[in-house]
Structure formats: C-alpha cells, structure tokens
Ligand binder design. Structure first.
Ligand code: NAP
Length: 280
C-alpha cells in the first residue's frame, strides 16, 4: 500500500516512513518480552523498517531483532551497521557475516557504515559492492555523513550506489535542513532520521504539548509528525513497549497545520547557515 508517508527506494521498494530503532534494546533480560512485543507490534502495524547495529549492546540488539522477526523475515526491511573499526575490506565482509548470524537471516535490506573511521571509504565501498553481488545485502549506505563526505563517496567507483544516509534529526537539531537534506533529495537518497524524539528529551516540551492538545495527540506524536512531514525523511524512533509503538504509529495520521509549523519555527528555528553535523 502506498500512502503519503511511503518512501520509494530506487529499486521501487516501498517502505513506511516510520520505522523502529533498537539502540539499548536487548540489554535487560527482564525487559525482553516487552521489547519483542514492541517490535512485533510495530511490524504488524506496518512499521517494518527495523534499524540495528553490531555496536548496540555488542550484538544483543541484533539478537533480539533476530528473535522478533523469526518467521516473518520477508515482511521486514532490515538495517544493520558496520563499526568504523571493522570497516576495512575484509573486516566489513566478516562483520556482515556475524551480523547475519546474530539476526538469523541470510540477507540485510540495507547495510550502513556507522560513522567515518580510519579506513579509506574505497575499502568499505568495495566490500559493500561485493556483499551486494553475493546477495548478502540488498543495498548499502552510510550514517553520520555530511555533504562533504557524501561527495567523497560519490567520487569513488560504485559510490553513487549509496542508498541512504542515517543522521540525527529532530526539532532541536535541524542543521541538516541547510544543505544535507537538499543534497540527499537531489541524489534520490532518503535521510533516515535517528533520535527523532531527542532520546525522550522532547516529550515534555511546552509548545509540543500545546500543539498536541489541538490535535488530540501527544507531544511524541507531534515531534514524529514533524520529522516525517518531509517526503524524503524516514524516522526511526526507539520504543520499548507496544503501547509506545502504537502511540508512535498514530503520528502518521497527523497533519500539521501552517500555524503549527510557524509556531514550531519560532521556538525551534531552521538553520540560516551551515552547521557542523551533529552526532549522538
Ligand atoms: P529516540 O528514538 O529519539 O528516543 C528514544 C526514547 O524515547 C526512549 O527512551 C523511548 O522510551 C522514548 N519514547 C519513544 N516513543 C515514546 C512514546 N510514545 N512515549 C514515551 N516515550 C517514548 O532516540 P534513539 O534511540 O537515540 O534513536 C532512535 C534510533 O535511531 C536508535 O534506537 C537507533 O536505532 C538509531 N540511532 C542511530 C545512531 C547512528 O549513529 N546511526 C545514533 C543514535 C540512534 P521507551 O524505550 O521506554 O519506549
């Protein structure tokens, strides 16, 4: 099904622009059942993009996701990430194998370089292209890369096949609106917005509460509706309970008005100059 909040990848795969993050999930046995329930609830609702990384809990997040998607792998758009310290040519291949094992699957929908490290981008790209050739990943992309790094990728053989950039984006961190979002849009690459509710710090915001009242909604829903108002942006909130996931899902049906957006711009101004890319 295609809706206003569907992102279409270059290979025509459609995905809802609200997915699920998993940082800090899988770390606490006593929370495991609730976390599995949260992820499965999200999948049932159509929030099928699940974001994890080998870094998260040293593989514990990937193991949890593997368990959550067992028996329904084909419904899920699975993203994992290679640590920069593993991102050499051989290191990337090995890291991917390990992620696949923990996730109990034989392919990733998207494999990202988590952030820039000491290995030349060329090595990582070669490994990504090999993994794609072997069918172990469908697509590859990057995370925490600004326009200069994106251009560097684009200058490498095969670099223009980069299919996503995952960066921090929320009401309090709008820097990427200045030129990274336009760059990604111009190159047909989605921005995958991490920490879309500023790791929970936005949830008691006064203005968001006021706007939420007008929409019979919650501040979380307003913060998420704002992030995904832009068709090239996919948000991946992390929610560790089915209740939070269900609440987040409803942000897809909130239409912010011009008045809401103007009020938001006054309190959380858009960038008027280039800002350094933030990273959490
Ligand atoms: P976030 O999604 O902005 O915030 C997560 C926090 O918000 C959690 O404490 C969660 O609580 C709370 N929350 C979510 N929905 C809620 C709701 N409906 N009501 C109340 N509280 C709610 O922060 P994040 O985890 O940093 O970012 C999201 C994902 O992006 C990560 O999990 C990870 O997958 C990815 N990420 C990537 C990078 C990178 O470098 N590429 C960096 C950071 C994050 P509960 O857990 O109790 O539900």
């Amino acid at each position: 099904m295609k809706t206003k909040h569907t992102y279409t990848f270059r290979d025509n795969r459609n995905i809802l622009s609200l997915g699920q993050g998993t940082w800090n999930m899988g770390d606490d046995e006593t929370r495991r059942k609730a976390e599995l329930d949260a992820l499965r609830t999200g999948i049932d609702l159509g929030m099928t993009l699940i974001d994890t990384a080998e870094m998260y809990g040293n593989g514990r997040s990937e193991r949890l996701v593997g368990e959550a998607i067992r028996g329904q792998r084909d419904k899920v758009f699975l993203i994992s990430k290679v640590l920069p310290s593993n991102a050499s040519r051989q290191g990337t291949l090995k890291a991917c194998e390990n992620s696949l094992k923990r996730l109990q699957t034989d392919y990733l929908d998207m494999y990202l370089l988590h952030w820039q490290g000491r290995y030349p981008f060329e090595e990582t790209v070669e490994a990504m292209l090999q993994l794609r050739q072997e069918g172990k990943i469908r697509d590859w992309g990057v995370s925490n890369m600004d326009v200069a790094e994106m251009e560097e990728f684009y200058s490498i053989p095969g670099g223009t096949t980069c299919a996503a950039n995952q960066v921090v984006y929320n009401l309090t961190r709008r820097g990427i609106e200045y030129n990274l979002i336009p760059w990604c849009r111009g190159n047909n690459i989605p921005v995958i917005a991490y920490s879309p509710v500023e790791q929970g710090r936005l949830l008691n915001n006064k203005l968001l509460s006021e706007i939420a009242r007008r929409h019979n909604a919650t501040p979380t829903q307003i913060a998420l509706a704002w992030v995904i108002r832009n068709p090239g942006v996919i948000a991946i909130p992390k929610a560790a309970s089915a209740k939070h996931v269900e609440e987040n899902f409803k942000s897809l049906s909130i239409e912010l008005t011009d008045e809401d957006l103007q009020q938001i711009d006054r309190v959380f101004p858009a960038p008027i100059r280039k800002m350094p890319l933030e990273m959490l």
